[in-house]
Design a protein around this ligand. Structure first.
Ligand SMILES: Cc1cc2nc3c(=O)[nH]c(=O)nc-3n(C[C@H](O)[C@H](O)[C@H](O)COP(=O)(O)O)c2cc1C
Length: 178
């Protein structure tokens, strides 16, 4: 099963996660980028008006992949807007896909993410997994809205049962040739 990871990241957490998950799955990785530099003000406007910002075109050989893994932060309960644009643009290709976010963590968020994906995409995701910064044991020490995850944090997140299940399904299994 070949996976393509498509991610968006503003402060680097989802990028770090995408890179390590790519190694776990043996997946290819593409980053969503924007023609204009993003700052906090633009995030506020996107959140307020629930906008679909312009993103740079990605040329994807969809036929080469069995599974697409989308990764992005959550902003005020919303899937980060550049990812929303990507999903809306490519919804016909997103048949077998999952969504993972490395986010702050808020209650009832999983259902809200599911609702957004239902609206944006044609098909339902195989899995929605939240890796929540608030649940990290180190978070209390470094409380900050711009918390940067460490490699240890990423390791801890990946122990989650839902992630292990995803690995079992989609990791490329190397055949041992005698
Ligand atoms: C403006 C703003 C709003 C946010 N709102 C939420 C939220 O509603 N729920 C959540 O779980 N995390 C929220 N976060 C936290 C981010 O999702 C988290 O820091 C994430 O790891 C950032 O990912 P990145 O480094 O890949 O950009 C918010 C962060 C920012 C900057």
């Amino acid at each position: 099963m070949k996976t393509l990871i498509v991610y968006f990241s503003f402060t680097g957490n989802n990028k770090a996660l995408a890179d390590t998950i790519a190694m776990d799955l043996g997946a290819d990785v593409l980053q969503i980028t924007e023609p204009k530099k993003r700052g906090m003000f633009k995030i506020m406007l996107d959140m307020f008006f629930n906008r679909f910002p312009r993103i740079n075109e990605l040329s994807i050989p969809w036929g080469q992949y069995d599974h697409i893994l989308l990764m992005a932060p959550i902003w005020n309960y919303l899937i980060a807007h550049p990812m929303k644009t990507f999903i809306r643009k490519n919804k016909t290709y997103l048949k077998n896909y999952s969504f993972i976010t490395l986010c702050g963590g808020r209650e009832t968020q999983n259902e809200k993410i599911a609702k957004q994906l239902k609206k944006l995409a044609t098909y339902e995701p195989q899995a929605i997994i939240e890796f929540e910064i608030l649940k990290l044991p180190t978070y209390e020490e470094q409380k900050s809205s711009m918390y940067k995850v460490t490699q240890d944090d990423l390791k801890a997140f990946k122990q989650q049962e839902a992630y292990q299940k995803l690995l079992e399904t989609y990791a490329i299994k190397e055949e041992i040739l005698q």
